[in-house]
Ligand binder design. Sequence first.
Ligand SMILES: [Zn+2]
Length: 503
Amino acid sequence: MAYEVVIGLEVHAQLLTASKMFCGCGTAFGAAPNSQTCPVCLGMPGVLPVINHKAVEFAVRTGLALHCTIAPLNRFARKHYFYPDLPKGYQTSQYELPICEHGWLEIGQNGTSKRVRIRRAHLEEDAGKNLHAGIAGASHVDLNRAGTPLLEIVTEPDMGSPDEAVAYLKALRDILVYLEVCDGNMEEGSLRCEPNLSLRPVGSKELGTKVELKNINSFKFVKAAMEYEIKRQAKVLNEGGKIAQETRLWDTEKGETAVMRSKEEAHDYRYFTDPDLVPLRITTEMVEEARKSLPELSADKHKRFMEEYGLSDYDAGVLTADKATATDFEVASQTLVDDGFRKKDIGKELCHWITVDLRGLQNKFNLPKFAGTTSVHSVEKPASQEEVSWVQITHEGVPQLFKMKQRGEISGPIAKSVLEEMFTTGKSAAEIVKAKGLTQVSDEGALEKIIDEVMAKNPQQLAQYRSGKEAVFGFFVGQVMKASGGKANPAKVNELLKKKLAC
Ligand SMILES: [Zn+2]
């Protein structure tokens, strides 16, 4: 029997607030266990939680970016369950009145784009963490994470393949990172994804029994877990079995899913309104304020880059894949535009500098993957060298170097080597070029002298060229460039070589 898969996603995004959802404790990752706790997030009796305004603001911004309606009246509810990392015995969440509802997110490109409906997004708090590597095999509980604000974003079952689900997840992460409400780091658990998935015979309208997958911390594993689950469920159904409604864990090592628990229903949690928290009212002014502060999102930026800079769909996609790269590109290009360059003239080459050369150096020097645009990162290098600022190089150094190349002061290959030296020394492009005498040679007399020497050294190739084998021209260009130490102006070399070789 042929089946089709129906996928819905629940995503937990950790909000980038400085303090927790209902108390003033810090949320920084990696602090000493239980150092960021207080009576409120430890669940002591008699304490009174207070709603974090910033978290509400972040939820509203995200809801607007996802085309949701923002509920004017919100309530927090208690969701009861027992686990050692949940000291209160319940999680404070939102149940029948979530903050955002009925939105959508577009995935895919023109022609094949599709809207995935967002059912709801609600605010809640995270639980702590159980650590199982204690002394003599003991387990410990770290409650630093308990009470950290989360936004849970739930889709309708609108995705028809693991690829679509991954596309949705990437698009959602893009939005959260662009909005600066979540750092999108799946490895550190700031973005957690739980797909639910069911099979039904092709053509059937009825949904099959769904299975929820947990414990997945990368795009690669999300896809692998779903692919495994589709095969497993198809096998069960083909053998005449029934799919149990359950939650399964993805085992990265074995590459398979295993039962974690049979799926609970909402009524199992005995939800009720949290009597310690006042209803949260969101005013029209607050929503409008948030709407005004929305930044340009990656899909819009992508489109604009193609129009303004004449970039290909692919190039615009690489540039906008993360906000830091897009910002590096725009800041550098703005400096050049201020200097009289036209966006369409510099777009493609500058894009290549940023996405290939600069990112290559970023990898080579092991800079953080999510290099911020406002913070200054230093490069790993011998201790004797000065600290080099990433922002300084990308936002000031790159346009300066690019200009020198565009104006013919240095050649392309020299520009590449100067860029790398800027990284390792922290010196400016002009300083390096001057100190090393790298200025491009455009002087005809000097170039002709080099060409004459190259021609004299290669009589065989000269004869070939003159007998009509024009492909040898490239060989001469290469030899002249090499003889000049990469400093010859390639356009001039071409021009002079054509003249010289012809006579
Ligand atoms: Zn606290």
